[in-house]
Design a protein around this ligand. Structure first.
Ligand SMILES: [Zn+2]
Length: 148
């Protein structure tokens, strides 16, 4: 029973975090803005609710927390040692949801970028990540992920 309550508390906390204008997103927006890119954020009703939208470039950006969205090979994406099954299922659901969102947006003609939070931990890193995005926006190709 104690476990159950813990899980519920955890889910509530997650739900709260997800909907917010979180640190990494803000940092990236600031850097994109410096590069002259104009965007919209957390657009309601938009397919997949991307964190940042660049309508002029028909580009959607998801800023992913390395832990929740399982950044492969990243130190932040460690797996908790207790409730292993619970976490594995939770992570699998998150990954499946991310894939679904990207697929839908792409089918509507949007370019989709995923930016990992570990690429935004310092102003320097964030500036480099924003520069990478700006560079890639001018390319005809469709990169799946930025700065893995
Ligand atoms: Zn990471």
């Amino acid at each position: 029973m104690t476990d159950f309550l813990t899980k519920r508390a955890r889910s509530r906390r997650m739900a709260r975090i997800r909907g917010q204008d979180t640190g990494p997103e803000k940092v990236l927006r600031k850097e994109l803005h410096k590069l002259g890119l104009r965007f919209r954020k957390n657009v309601a009703g938009m397919e997949g609710t991307p964190d940042i939208l660049l309508p002029r470039h028909r580009t959607a950006i998801f800023v992913h927390g390395c832990f929740w969205h399982r950044h492969e090979g990243c130190r932040i994406a460690s797996t908790p040692r207790s409730n292993v099954r619970f976490w594995r299922e939770k992570f699998e659901r998150n990954i499946a949801r991310d894939k679904r969102k990207s697929r839908r947006l792409r089918s509507l003609g949007w370019r989709v970028f995923t930016v990992w939070e570990c690429r935004l931990t310092t102003t320097d890193k964030a500036a480099r990540t924003a520069a990478t995005i700006a560079r890639r926006l001018r390319l005809p190709c469709e990169p799946r992920k930025i700065a893995d």
